[in-house]
Design a protein around this ligand. Structure first.
Ligand code: NAP
Ligand code: F7E
Length: 338
């Protein structure tokens, strides 16, 4: 590992997890390098509060354009950043969208990982840089056993899960073949007020805020019976950082161990603003998936044992936090209306 201030590279820094992780690492004194993709509109809203004038003294946040489908951009970035730690979070991360974009999902979410690993090798950084792969409970698909842990068979049932399964195996392969410190964090669903608005939790809390402010009447959802293990993104990025400080590279499940249905989430969220969810929610078959993962719940005992990690924010507090943030957002939106 290099001398002086530690350097971290985050792909996907403009996403939900990337923004929490950048905050955490900057607060810990790291120099943070972020890969951002070129879009026609600004896509840095989640990290704008961390922005530092690149001409100022002692800048610790460096942003560079790149794309995980463009190997040359990755090589250039790792050569410039020379990171001690790489957090590979960039992905096409939406499960339902992956059924419409299977090739893109394989390119970005699957092959993106090997491109970054190869860039590190080509730059001669394979032994210096510790590598975190954003793996997922979607590896397990509609698992036959519950709760799922590190021994649960990998049997994905979406193009997203299949792409992440490839990434999981290539990370393990590089660890074994080249002696890299490369690990898979098998994270179950984690949410926040920064969650993308088409994931179910945020879709619900965003609608609750807007309905409470009279900006919208109905919320259309798919499978209300689906059950997930929902934690708080801020807690989960701590687990990522801990995994790269561990004495040995080990793949670990990160989860709360609590299973809740989409229906329960919606009921609690509407209750927070004094509304009855059944008066506002309707089913729209467009949100049903060609193959559904009905239930996922994780057992994070190993992470607790090895890292001392445990989730802090409870489910009820997470729902409340998200609803309160989206209510405030909807009020600002309502105030701007003529
Ligand atoms: P997210 O909000 O969807 O963020 C994804 C990030 O990847 C964004 O910064 C996005 O950029 C970037 N990205 C997408 N395509 C790219 C490309 N071709 N090149 C470079 N960057 C690209 O996802 P998240 O919830 O923060 O999750 C972070 C990671 O953890 C993802 O890999 C996800 O699959 C995985 N994961 C998430 C969960 C969860 O519950 N949140 C659970 C398990 C695993 P733009 O901002 O420009 O779109
Ligand atoms: O769906 C059901 C849906 O899209 C959760 C990603 O971060 O976590 C996430 O994937 C459940 C599913 O997340 C709607 O059918 C019902 O059963 O919020 P989601 P996900 O598919 O679990 C994993 C761990 C990741 O790795 C992924 O990157 O909710 N559901 N009605 C709905 N889902 C959506 N999106 N929209 C609905 O209207």
């Amino acid at each position: 590992m290099s001398e002086g201030r530690r350097r971290a590279l985050i792909t996907g820094i403009t996403g939900q997890d990337g923004s929490f992780l950048a905050e955490l690492l900057l607060a810990r004194g790291y120099e943070v390098w972020g890969l951002i993709r070129k879009a026609s509109l600004f896509n840095t809203q989640r990290i704008d509060h961390l922005y530092q004038d690149p001409h100022a003294k002692d800048v610790r946040l460096h942003l560079r354009y790149g794309d995980v489908t463009d190997g040359a951009s990755l090589l250039r970035l790792v050569q410039e950043a020379r990171p001690d730690e790489v957090y590979h979070l960039a992905a096409q991360s939406h499960v339902q969208a992956s059924f419409q974009l299977p090739e893109l999902t394989a390119e970005v979410t699957g092959l993106g990982t090997v491109r970054l690993l190869e860039a590190l090798r080509q730059a001669g950084l394979a032994q210096q840089a510790r590598f975190y792969q954003a793996s997922t409970s979607e590896l397990f698909g509609d698992a036959a056993t519950s709760p799922q842990d590190e021994e649960t068979p990998i049997r994905p049932c979406s193009p997203y899960g299949a792409a992440k399964a490839y990434a999981f195996h290539i990370v393990r392969t590089y660890r074994e073949a080249y002696g890299m410190f490369a690990v898979n964090g098998i994270l179950f669903n984690h949410e926040s007020e920064r969650r993308g608005e088409t994931f179910v939790t945020r879709k619900i809390t965003r609608a609750v805020g807007r309905i409470a402010c009279g900006l919208q009447e109905r919320l259309y959802l798919g499978n209300l019976d689906a059950e997930r293990d929902w934690g708080f993104a801020g807690d989960y990025v701590e687990a990522m950082a801990l995994m790269l400080q561990a004495p040995e590279p080990v793949d670990l499940v990160i989860a709360t161990g609590q299973r809740r249905s989409v229906r329960e989430f919606a009921a609690l969220a509407f209750e927070r603003v004094g509304l009855d969810w059944e008066e506002h929610v309707e089913i729209d078959p467009r949100y049903l998936r060609p193959a559904e993962v009905n239930t996922l719940v994780g057992d994070a005992s190993r992470a607790r044992e090895l890292l001392g990690w445990r989730p802090r924010l409870e489910f009820e507090a997470l729902v409340a936090r998200m609803v309160d943030a989206d209510l405030a957002l909807a009020r600002r939106e309502a105030a701007l209306r003529p």
